[in-house]
Every structure is written in C-alpha cells, then in structure tokens.
Design a protein around this ligand. Structure first.
Ligand SMILES: *Cc1c(COP(=O)(O)O)cnc(C)c1O
Length: 413
C-alpha cells in the first residue's frame, strides 16, 4: 500500500519523546489525550512517534477536507507566504476578495466577513441578528436555538449551544437564547415572542451525534421566519464545504437562509471561518465587527485552494459515491455485530453502537490503526477527508471489524 511507504522516516527519536512527555505539564489539560505524538500526515493517514500508520477518519475534526498536507494547500501556502503574509484587516487583499466572491457566487448570499474559528463566525452571526433587530425590529434580540445543538465555545456561543453539559458552566450566561426541542415546529413557534430576532440551527446536528433536521421541519421553519419577520441563521460550520454531499447543506433543503456560517472544512486544516449574509440583512456599521487576523491572505489562499478543488466537476459526485459505499459497508457491519442505526449525509456519517461503548470502540480501533470519533456514549462518527477512496473505506471497515470482534471476545470471555 503506497500510504504505508517510508514509515521508518516517520519515527521520532526516543529522547525527543521523553522530552515531550516532560513538557505536557505546561499544557492546560482541556481534554484527555492518548500518549501519541503525531508528527506526519499524508492524505488519509497519520503517523505516530513509532512510525505506526493510522487511517484517519477524524481528519482534524471534519476539518481536513482534502486530507493531510494536500499538495494544493502546500502550494497555496508557499506561494502566498512568499508574496504577502498579512497587510492587516483594514486593507483589501486579493485572496480575501477572491474567496468572498467564490462563496457568494456559489450560494444565495451577497457578502462575507472572515474570522478564524467557527465560534467566532457564529458570534458574528449573533451580533448581526441583534444589530438587525435593533435597526429593523424595535430592538428584538432573542435567538431561538435547539436542544443538543452546538455553536461553539465563546461565552455567547456556549449560551446558544443546547448541550446539557454546558448548562451549568460559566454562569451567568449571555442572555437572550431560548432553546427548544429539535425538529418540533409547535415548540419552536410557541417560543417566538415580539423580542425574537432570529432562529439559529444546524441542519445536521454534528456534535449531538449526526442528527439531521427533517425536511418538512426546515420548510416550516422558513415559513415561520417569514410569518414572524425572523432571520434564519444556518450554522454550517460542520456541514458546509461539501461535507454533506452538496456544497452547502441548506441546498439539500431547498431553503434560502438569511445568514450562514462556515468554519472547519473551509481552510482544509487551517483556521479560517466565514459569516455570509444577504445584502438586505447586512447592517454592521464601521466599528461593529472586526478582528486583527480577519481575511488574512494566507488563510484565504488555503481556502481558495480548497474551494477550487471541491468545485471541480467530479469532486462532489465522487464523495457522494463514497458516502453510499461507506453507509452500505457500515450497515453490513451493523448487522454482523447487532449494532444500531447508520445515518448521516455525504461524509458526515454515524453508526449507533447499541450496547457497546462507543468510546471503547474508538480506543480499540486505534490499536488496530484506525482513528474514529465518538460524539456520545453510543455513537461513532465518521468524518473522513472528502477525497476518501473505496480502498480506504475497505481498510477502515476491516480494522473496525477486528476491533469489534476483539471487544466481543473480551466481553464474552
Ligand atoms: C465545530 C463547530 C463549531 C465551533 O467551531 P470552532 O472552530 O471550534 O470554534 C460551531 N458550530 C458547529 C456546528 C460546529 O460543528
């Protein structure tokens, strides 16, 4: 297999690993991390300190649209960094303009603002909705969001998030978010009052475990927004940039949102996010919104490289073929091991693990050289690079089968 070549060159010397272990104490422990030191990525594979190769179906958390260190991004970064790294946010630069133009050309939106993370783009969307409410709706400021939805980790986006575990944290939260059950129109409409400015949602709730919005619900939401003069904000930080099999997820639902946010896959591994808006809604005045790094040409050049690849005629059809293949393979595996539901769109796919702990499967799969994610206790999430091949999927399924068989033996033995 070409992806396993030269693994000896991917080793880190032991002395360096000992030093790295000593340095851990200086890193804030914000998440449990395995004792792995990845230092080489190539396409769909990551290599640890011993040179062991892992087929990576996490890809930086649904971020590496084209896989690890793709040539297109290497080239864009090299060329742009030789030309200009950062003129500052208060000047135009060509990659920024080109990116805004491409995103607007391929969507229903007219204007873009660039930021550095999904949370920051969502924070911008929240501010924009409040500004709009102030200017056009007698100071309306409330935003309806959904239970189990995820919008980020700034204080306002945590306040907008419907994750139960966030509820007690960092009180008092930012005021003005009303959470209602997902896919329930009645509950949503009951939550609307004269101070409501917007409804904000993910069309596939990613962190919740890949839960798609019902098409009827989304149509009804759009009608509800029209009826009550509310903005419809779609958080496509996870679903955008072809992740769900169309360039943007809202295109599956045949709706025209007022505001959309992008992040994760936009930079193909580099930190850039976007807030997109229709012209008639766009109402920031000078000074309302900004950010030192926004629209810096190096990140924009990376995003342009991602988009010019994703927009090639065969790219999205290929990923949809792979989606079908992955889901079929997972369904077979689910039957074989009496697991649960397979769901998702494009290459954002989940497998319910029934009585087996998803975290235990993730750990076991890692032993067999496969990186997976468990968004909750009973769900595995698959978010490979959009360039994944049939061979990679076969390899992943084979490794996952070994992991499941091993767990089963442990449980029976
Ligand atoms: C990941 C994610 C965010 C937050 O993005 P960051 O880049 O981590 O700030 C927001 N919304 C959704 C739907 C996400 O999946």
């Amino acid at each position: 297999m070409t992806t396993l070549k030269n693994t000896m060159n991917h080793k880190i010397p032991n002395g360096k690993i000992d030093a790295a272990m000593n340095m851990q104490q200086h890193l804030m422990p914000i998440t449990p991390r395995p004792e792995l030191y990845f230092h080489k990525g190539e396409g769909h594979y990551l290599y640890d300190q011993t040179g062991k190769a892992y087929l990576d179906l996490v890809q930086g958390w649904a971020v590496n649209t084209l896989g690890h260190s793709p040539e297109q991004i290497q080239k864009a970064l090299l060329e742009q960094s030789q030309q200009l790294i950062n003129p500052g946010p208060a000047f135009y630069n060509l990659p920024m303009l080109e990116l805004a133009h491409t995103l607007c050309q391929h969507s229903v939106f007219d204007q873009a603002f660039f930021a550095n993370s999904g949370a920051e783009a969502n924070e911008g969307a929240i501010k924009l909705a409040r500004k709009w409410g102030q200017k056009h709706k007698q100071g309306a400021y409330k935003i309806i969001t959904f239970e189990k939805g995820f919008h980020g980790r700034t204080l306002a986006t945590m306040s907008a998030t419907g994750k139960d575990s966030f509820a007690p944290l960092f009180e008092p939260k930012v005021n003005g978010f009303k959470k209602v059950p997902f896919n329930q129109l009645g509950a949503t409409e009951s939550a609307v009052d004269s101070n409501t400015a917007a409804i904000m949602l993910e069309l596939v709730q990613g962190e919740a475990g890949v839960i798609p919005a019902d098409p009827d619900f989304v149509q009804d939401l759009q009608a509800l927004c029209k009826k009550h003069n509310l903005l419809l904000i779609i958080d496509e930080v996870q679903t955008g940039i072809a992740r769900t099999g169309s360039l943007f997820s809202y295109q599956h639902y045949n709706i025209q949102p007022d505001i959309m946010t992008l992040g994760k896959g936009l930079g193909g591994g580099l930190p850039i996010s976007a807030l997109l808006v229709k012209k008639e809604i766009s109402c920031f005045e000078y000074g309302d919104q900004g950010g030192t790094f926004n629209g810096n040409p190096v990140m924009c050049a990376a995003a342009n490289a991602v988009l010019s690849t994703v927009l090639l005629p065969d790219f999205i059809p290929h990923l949809n073929t792979m989606s079908f293949y992955l889901k079929n393979s997972l369904e077979e595996l689910s039957t074989e091991f009496s697991l649960g539901d397979v769901r998702g769109k494009g290459l954002l796919v989940a497998l319910d693990t029934g009585s087996i702990s998803a975290a235990a499967i993730v750990e076991q799969a890692r032993e067999y050289g496969l990186l997976l994610n468990a968004p909750n206790l009973q769900t595995l999430r698959f978010m490979p690079a959009l360039t994944i091949t049939e061979l990679d999927i076969d390899t992943a399924i084979e490794r996952l089968r070994h992991a499941l068989a091993n767990l089963k033996t442990q449980r029976c033995g």
